[in-house]
Design a protein around this ligand. Structure first.
Ligand code: HEM
Length: 487
């Protein structure tokens, strides 16, 4: 791999905006395997100093960013904590911390000490671009803290796999989820499932989150495992218990063993359903890969990927709740979407744009964390393999310095032809770790919203949103309700 480090940038204070925009025009650096730390980019003596957070900055970062992220729950959101942080405006604290760090260090990547090691925080778009451009073999998704939780949830999942095995599992995910196409080959069957489940939602004048969540869980089980799994609340409880335990990232060591036992039971149940699942389901599509093995003989466990798919499809609930709430607060946008739904087309670009905009404003993965598997160079500074790297995605996609109307609901921004590649916005990430279920997630969310809007207007949303004001930084889904009025 060639080395193309960025020009040196002193770690001292500098004008952030100027530094940011100058850096944005530089080419992205690439990893420099084997180059000794301490030598300059061209083998010369000088090396730019790394930007390191001071003690006060470290404490502020932990208090306003990392600790709240941990307490909110990485794998299963804790609704009371989210509601408390939303009321306190925690997202604003975090953004203020990151802005101050960017200004103090001239936009350079900042090394912050944490309980489980150092974290390199990327605050400038040129570095964020490099993050997305680096291959997953160099910048891996299974950073240690994340891995500790994920290995309970989906020990054979692509996201916590390495090397060639990961590549093979990713290929299976891409094929089963039809990662390269907006319309999944089973989209006709999936839309029918969504319409059936949505019918039960619209029989009352109000749609609240608990009912929506239950309907989405049924939709997810039917799409992944088939109709036989529709009412399997026991499986749902097992998976929930594992997710709750994963939130602790194995801090509660004694409990992790119980979660592992529960995973074994859930995996056996998933296998049973997969064996008789209808051909359009994700489990049946995965079974076509048989008992595939990776190059080193590791079982690829295609059906085991279903644990992530079930978890991921559950996120359609909060996404739909927030989008309906935003549409209730933006009647003109709702009218435009309704006209599109009435038009009868299957693609629904405007509604998809609304879903994507909701995910920009309230991303399901607000922080992208990776770990380097080789030495990498960021702004001319070499960091050893094993460095954890953070892109605070929510901060960047809500950054008024770079995103116009950052705190407003502007779905039209997603209708631009290059929007999906715009690295300022990354609800599905970019590059080799980009979500393979992006299209399926958006399709399912849009189909469910279309099903509601086909016969109803939504209004009277709670919590109330004021379109002329900046939208809140956090919006807990658990308390969302919208009134349904028959058209
Ligand atoms: C609808 C909203 C969704 C959002 C916002 C979303 C977002 C993301 C993001 C940001 C990542 C990268 C995580 C990281 O870098 O740590 C990711 C990964 C992933 N997502 Fe999604 N996702 C969604 C739905 C889905 C669905 C429906 C599926 C499958 C049914 C899915 C399957 C996956 C898988 C397998 C990965 C791991 C990819 C890898 O390791 O290469 N996602 N998702």
């Amino acid at each position: 791999m060639t080395e193309d480090p960025k020009p040196a940038t002193a770690a001292g204070p500098a004008g952030s905006a100027a530094a940011s925009s100058a850096a944005a025009s530089r080419p992205a650096a690439v990893p420099a395997p084997g180059r000794p730390k301490g030598s300059g980019p061209a083998g010369g003596p000088q090396q730019p100093r790394p930007a390191r957070a001071g003690r006060a900055e470290t404490v502020r970062f932990a208090a306003t960013h990392t600790l709240p992220a941990f307490l909110r729950g990485a794998f299963h959101v804790r609704p009371k904590v989210v509601a408390a942080y939303a009321a306190l405006g925690q997202q604003g604290w975090s953004a203020a911390t990151l802005r101050a760090m960017r200004a103090r260090h001239g936009g350079a990547p900042v090394e912050v000490r944490g309980l489980s090691g150092n974290l390199l925080v990327l605050l400038d778009h040129a570095d964020v671009r490099q993050f997305y451009e680096l291959p997953v073999r160099t910048l891996a998704l299974d950073a240690p803290d994340k891995f500790r939780g994920l290995s309970l949830l989906e020990p054979t999942g692509v996201i916590c796999s390495h090397g060639d095995t990961r590549e093979e599992r990713r290929r299976i995910n891409d094929e089963v989820l039809a990662a390269d196409r907006p319309a999944h080959p089973s989209c006709r069957e999936f839309r029918a499932i969504v319409d059936e489940e949505a019918a039960a939602l619209a029989d009352r004048p109000e749609l609240d989150f608990p009912r929506l969540r239950r309907a989405v869980a049924r939709i997810g089980r039917r799409m992944v495992l088939g109709d036989a799994a529709r009412g399997d609340e026991e499986l749902a409880r097992w998976l929930l218990a594992i997710r709750e335990e994963a939130n602790w990232m194995r801090i509660r060591k004694g409990r992790a063993a119980a979660a592992e036992a529960l995973y074994a039971k859930a995996a056996a149940r998933v296998e049973e359903y997969a064996a008789r699942a209808e051909p359009h389901t994700l489990a049946a599509l995965a079974r076509r890969h048989g008992d595939a093995e990776g190059p080193d003989g590791t079982a690829l466990d295609p059906v085991g990927q279903a644990h992530h798919w079930l978890l991921a499809l559950d996120t359609v609930g909060p996404t739909v709740a927030r989008t309906l709430l935003l549409l209730a607060a933006h009647p003109a946008e709702q009218e435009a979407v309704r006209a599109e739904v009435d038009g009868g087309g299957a693609e629904l670009p405007r509604l998809r744009a609304c879903v994507e905009e909701t995910l920009r404003l309230f991303p399901l993965v607000p922080d992208l964390v990776r770990v380097t598997r080789a030495e990498t160079v960021w702004r001319g500074v070499a960091y050893p393999a094993g460095t954890a790297v953070l892109v605070p995605a929510l901060f960047h996609q809500r950054d008024p310095e770079h995103v116009p109307a950052a705190h407003q609901f502007v779905p039209a921004r997603w209708l631009r032809p290059d929007a999906a590649q715009d690295i300022r916005m990354a609800p599905f990430s970019h590059g080799g770790g980009r979500c393979p279920g992006e299209h399926l997630g958006v399709l399912t969310s849009a189909a469910l919203i279309a099903s509601v809007l086909r016969e109803h207007r939504v209004g009277g949303g709670r919590p109330a949103l004021e379109p002329s004001q900046p939208l809140p930084g956090l919006l807990g889904a658990a308390g969302i309700r919208v009134a349904l009025t028959r058209r």
